[in-house]
Ligand binder design. Structure first.
Ligand code: ADP
Ligand code: MG
Length: 393
């Protein structure tokens, strides 16, 4: 059984909260604060209960070394603005400085530890490093859904050392929404997949096939499936190493009589920077061009399935949505899925960003903050960070 923060007595206690403040940064400033906002309900709850709130996170990949550009200081500044309160910044996550910051903290006040990944012990789940972090806490809270699949010190090592451990409100919301997709889903259940990382996502596709009534594939993911089937894809982005996997997904779907809808037409251009686009049938991608979006006939075909769906899970954009001439497929799919009457969930960093960019977020039942973690959860796999929160016997 996993307890939730609002079921735990935390007043005046040192509450160590693992959050995911791995925000996109630009020139030393936070470019997108949605990850900070996602953790606010838990932080506000702990502050209101007058806990001594100590927040920890990773940022980027400093590979176990102190990299000044990856300091959490700018994130702390944003957090202070959003909370409208002072946030004490520790210049490290362990050691004398961090211990003093925590020891000096009053109930109802908050401190942010420096980037966990400045220490190699974070990613290697080093026991000594975990002990140093755990020594600064009475209660451990995990509210970093996006990191739950990683067996790192702050996710797995620390909670195992503290009897008082629980999930934050964001983790609860994520688990509730994604569990609904693993239970008795309302049918038809339509899964929309796109984006690029085929190999990384393919295992999830196999397990999704066991539940879905239709699989719609777009984006660079579709390029790999089309090429694996023998279609010439010109210079399109695709993963040759995944051809066998893609064929096995198609064979599996055929065996189970689950329709897999691949693009009928594509938007092609000579390069991702090109402003000129052309719509071609899927069998006519010129050798010197690349597919960067799904075409109108494909959007319409996807729409027929989306309109009938009672449940939708969407992961991965339909094209190079960051570049305006190639965003249409993704936006149309977001609009169609968003207006569906069914239960609809989007997961994946880029897909969620696409939905947010076009202000369609409020139309979905849930936007998952964790791409990798949400896919692993939907595979029915155990998440190391969730297991570590189970109550001690
Ligand atoms: P998510 O983060 O939603 O899981 P991915 O990380 O798998 O999605 O993939 C998103 C990236 O894939 C985006 O940067 C997008 O531009 C890119 N992409 C999608 N389709 C194409 C395509 N046809 N050609 C090139 N890039 C693509
Ligand atoms: Mg991504």
């Amino acid at each position: 059984m996993i307890r939730i923060i609002d079921e735990v007595e935390i007043e005046s206690k040192r509450v160590l909260v693992r959050v995911d403040f791995n925000c996109p940064m630009e020139n030393g400033a936070v470019l997108d604060d949605s990850r900070i906002r996602a953790a606010l309900p838990t932080i506000r709850h702990a502050l209101k209960r007058r806990a001594k709130v100590v927040v920890m996170s990773h940022l980027g990949r400093p590979d176990g070394k102190r990299v000044p550009e990856l300091s959490l200081e700018p994130v702390g500044i944003e957090l202070a603005k959003l909370l409208d309160t002072d946030v004490v910044l520790a210049d490290d996550c362990v050691g004398d400085g961090a211990r003093k910051v925590v020891a000096d903290l009053y109930g109802g006040r908050i401190a942010l530890l420096e980037n966990l990944r400045f220490h190699p012990g974070e990613s290697s789940n080093d026991e000594h490093f975990s002990r140093e972090l755990a020594a600064m806490a009475d209660v451990y809270v995990n509210d970093a859904f996006g990191t739950l699949h990683r067996a790192h010190a702050s996710v797995v090592g620390v909670p195992q050392l503290l009897r008082e451990r629980c999930a934050g409100l964001l983790v609860k919301r994520e688990v509730d929404a994604l569990s609904a997709l693993l239970g008795d889903v309302k049918k038809p259940y339509v899964v929309i997949l796109g984006g690029s990382k085929v190999e990384y996502k393919i295992r999830t596709i196999h397990s999704l096939l066991g539940r879905a009534d239709a699989l719609l594939i777009g984006g660079a993911m579709a390029n790999t499936f089309l090429a694996a089937r023998g279609t010439s894809m010109g210079k399109s982005l695709l993963e040759r190493e995944s051809f066998l996997l893609a064929r096995s997904v198609l064979a599996d779907a055929a065996r189970r009589s689950i329709p897999v809808i691949l693009p009928q037409d594509l938007v092609v251009a000579t390069s991702p920077d090109s402003t000129e686009r052309r719509i071609v049938p899927v069998t006519s991608v010129p050798p010197d061009m690349m597919a960067l979006d799904i075409g109108p006939a494909t959007i319409a075909a996807f729409g027929e399935h989306i309109d009938r769906a009672a449940t939708i899970f969407w992961n991965g954009p339909m094209g190079l949505f960051e570049k305006p001439p190639f965003h249409e497929g993704t936006v149309k799919v977001a609009e169609m899925a968003g207006t569906s009457m069914g239960f609809k969930v989007v997961g994946g960093g880029d897909s969620v960003e696409a939905v947010r960019m076009h202000c369609l977020n409020c139309r979905f039942d849930h936007l998952s903050t964790g791409g990798g973690a949400s896919l692993k959860f939907l595979e029915g796999k155990e998440l190391a960070g969730l297991t570590a929160l189970e109550a001690p016997r």
